[in-house]
Every structure is written in structure tokens, then in C-alpha cells.
Design a binder for this molecule. Structure first.
Ligand code: UD1
Length: 366
């Protein structure tokens, strides 16, 4: 009998991780795979556009959860997801990454006695004030199969008491997506649409609560941007959380004084990939972008005090520089003066991670 695998996505960074896995599962008649979208992200630009760009099938099940405080959001997902699981009775549930949908659906899976696989397991920032760190720790504790992207993941999981035979080093599914879409992304017209020249602008993304939820901290970053945009244009596809905060904190006048800072709506996957690939350098607080810039060979300055993806620093183009204005300006100027970090693609970030995951799944006794 075919094995029923339910793949779960909820928020923007999940879509590019599940797409290659869904495509690979479809090639094997041993599996019936379905896609469930919790609706944690729901806007056209945060969700729908990604399905189109990534060639993801329409979700088989869509839960329409939407935004709420963490407890309410996680609880709502659990209530709705449990009903689905009781009806569909999958043999395995696959969750990816570290968003609230990941832990919510993971918890339901194990409480229903269904096998749980976690893709992108083992990453640790060791900063428990990050909601994602809690989601990662807990999801890994309850998973039956843990697919890791870098060797640090194995060390972390073993220290936390996870049995070695549950851990599989398979590479990075997000990089599978990047490599398979890069050529198509090259055709994107985003640079001419935004009046930018290849290699002559900076891409900025910012959405972590630790950077945008405090007025003082957001202002630190704006003060740094105010200096950098005098030297080179900065493009900022803005996350809804950050947009809300800019308005709430009354930063409109500050923005008007920065003609070199170009704020756009969030972009689709292909346009964003093109924007990243052609950037002089990238300023970000995202997790995934640290990995994407490493593979693209584009210098990345991470505006955080830590990273859960250390291989992007030890082998890649990433520097973790904190979020104070002085440091952001100093490190940006270094790159503008020709001193940028070189790197290489980490082991197994070769576009074949989904294939390796499916190979492991084929060997399982459900
Ligand atoms: C979530 C993830 C984070 C991930 C990020 C990528 C958790 C805990 N956090 O954070 O790990 O890096 O997604 O984007 O799961 N909103 C919209 N439209 C949407 C979605 C959200 O307008 O489609 C607005 C709402 O005002 C919402 C706010 O953005 O309150 C934050 O959304 P939420 O999903 O709570 O968290 P993110 O900050 O997006």
C-alpha cells in the first residue's frame, strides 16, 4: 500500500523548502503526498506569489489561520490541524524550518501517533528569546526523522540526547530550490523595473522582532542606513511587520531624508533571487538569506548577535555583525572599499537534498 505523506507549510520561508521535496516525492509511486498550508502567511505577496514562482501545486488543504499572538496562532493551528489529521490519517507528517506552523503541526502529529519528519533540523542560535529557537528545539525533540543541512546540526542534536540513527545529513532543500530556479530568475526584470544596475546596490531585509519591534533599535538601523544610502542605493522589500512598525513609530520623515533608500512591497521568489544574486552586498536579519548569499557568493552582513547557521560564517560569505549603527556602517564601508568576505558552498548544498531525503524515506518501515 502507498504511504501517505502530508507535507506542511505555513509561512514564506517554508515554501522554497517544501517545493523540491514535493517534486521528488511525486516521482515515486510508493508515496501519496499531499500539501497542507496552515495560512500563517496569507497575503498575495507573502504566500500566493511563491506558489506560482516555485511551481508548487495548490495546497490540498488550506487552514486559513492568519495572524495572531503566538499562543493563539499556535493553538488555532493545532485545533484545525488535528481535525484534518484525524480525517486524513497520514502515515507521516513532514514539517520544515522553524515557524509556528512547524511546532504546532509537529505536536499534533506525535500526539496522534503519526511519524514526524523535520527538514532543516538541528540549527541552534542558543538564543531562547527568539521564537524560532523554541520552535526548533521542541520540534527536534519530538521528531522521528531529523534531516540536517550542516554538520553543526548533528553536534547540537546529539548533545540534546537525540539518537544518532534518527539524524540524516542530507544538505539543504532551500538551496535545491535556489539552484533549480537561478536561470529562470536571471530573466527577471526587477533591476530595470527598480532602475538599478547589477552590482551597484545593496539589498536589505529586516523583520525580526528584536530589530523592528523596539523604536530605539529600529532607529539604530535607520541611522546606519541613512549613512550607507549616501554611498550606494539600498533596496528594501519590506515585510508587513516592519512596515507596520515604521508607521507606528512615525518614521516617515526620517525616510523622506533618505533618497537612496528604496522601499518596495515584498517580492516574489524569482525577482528576489535576481535581486540577491546581483547585489553588491546584503544586509539582513533573515536566517535563509544567510544561506542563499553564501551559495550565490554575495557578501552578507547579518544584523544579529548570533546565527543558527554557523557554516555560512565558517565557510560562506556571512559576517554576523550585531545591530548597532556604528558596526553596520563600519562593516558596510569595508565592503564598499573592496574588502569583502569570500566563501564557498558548504558540503552537500548541491541541489540534491530532496533526493537524499526521499531515499531515506524509501528505506523507512512506516
Ligand atoms: C514568521 C516566522 C519567522 C519567519 C517569518 C518570515 C514565526 C514565529 N515566525 O514571522 O520565523 O522568518 O515569518 O516572514 O513563525 N502579516 C501580513 N500578511 C501576512 C503575514 C503576516 O500582513 O501574510 C503581518 C501581520 O501583521 C502579522 C505580522 O505580519 O501580525 C507578523 O506575521 P507572523 O506570521 O506573526 O510573523 P512573521 O514576523 O512574519
Amino acid at each position: 500500500m502507498n504511504q501517505k505523506i502530508m507535507n506542511v507549510v505555513g509561512a514564506r520561508p517554508n515554501f522554497m523548502k517544501i517545493a523540491p521535496l514535493m517534486a521528488e516525492l511525486k516521482k515515486h509511486s510508493e508515496f501519496d503526498s499531499t500539501l497542507l498550508h496552515t495560512g500563517q502567511h496569507y497575503d498575495e505577496v507573502m504566500s500566493k506569489l511563491f506558489f506560482k514562482d516555485l511551481g508548487l501545486p495548490e495546497p490540498d488543504i488550506y487552514l486559513r489561520i492568519g495572524s495572531a499572538n503566538h499562543g493563539a496562532q499556535t493553538g488555532k493551528i493545532m485545533i484545525e490541524f488535528e481535525t484534518v489529521v484525524e480525517k486524513e490519517k497520514p502515515d507521516m507528517i513532514v514539517v520544515v524550518g522553524d515557524v509556528n506552523s512547524t511546532i504546532a503541526c509537529g505536536l499534533v502529529a506525535v500526539k496522534q501517533g503519526i511519524k514526524l519528519a523535520h527538514v532543516e533540523a538541528g540549527l541552534r542560535s542558543f538564543d531562547r528569546t527568539m521564537p524560532e529557537e523554541i520552535n526548533r528545539l521542541l520540534t527536534d525533540q519530538i521528531s522521528d526523522l531529523l534531516f540536517i543541512t550542516e554538520k553543526s546540526g548533528e553536534e547540537n542534536l546529539l548533545k540534546e540526547g537525540i539518537e544518532k540513527d534518527k539524524i540524516h545529513f542530507v544538505g539543504n532543500v532551500m538551496i535545491d530550490s535556489l539552484l533549480s530556479h537561478l536561470e529562470k530568475a536571471r530573466d527577471s526584470k526587477i533591476l530595470s523595473d527598480l532602475n538599478l544596475k547589477s552590482g551597484e546596490y545593496v539589498t536589505l531585509t529586516l523583520h525580526r522582532p528584536s530589530n523592528v519591534d523596539s523604536k530605539e533599535q529600529f532607529l539604530q538601523i535607520l541611522n546606519a542606513l541613512s549613512e550607507i544610502q549616501k554611498e550606494i542605493p539600498i533596496v528594501f522589500p519590506i515585510h508587513p511587520r516592519s512596515k507596520n512598525r515604521l508607521n507606528q513609530f512615525g518614521f516617515e520623515d526620517k525616510l523622506k531624508e533618505m533618497p537612496g533608500l528604496l522601499i518596495t512591497e515584498p517580492l516574489g521568489y524569482l525577482d528576489f533571487l535576481k535581486l540577491l544574486a546581483e547585489s553588491k552586498f546584503v544586509l539582513t536579519d533573515s536566517g535563509g538569506i544567510q544561506e542563499e548569499t553564501t551559495v550565490l557568493g554575495v557578501p552578507c552582513l547579518t544584523l544579529r548577535d548570533n546565527t543558527e547557521r554557523p557554516v555560512t560564517v565558517t565557510q560562506g560569505t556571512n559576517l554576523v555583525i550585531g545591530n548597532r549603527a556604528g558596526s553596520i556602517i563600519e562593516k558596510s564601508n569595508k565592503i564598499l572599499n573592496g574588502e569583502s568576505k569570500k566563501g564557498r558552498s558548504p558540503d552537500l548544498w548541491d541541489g540534491k537534498a530532496a533526493k537524499r531525503i526521499v531515499q531515506v524515506l524509501l528505506e523507512q518501515n512506516f
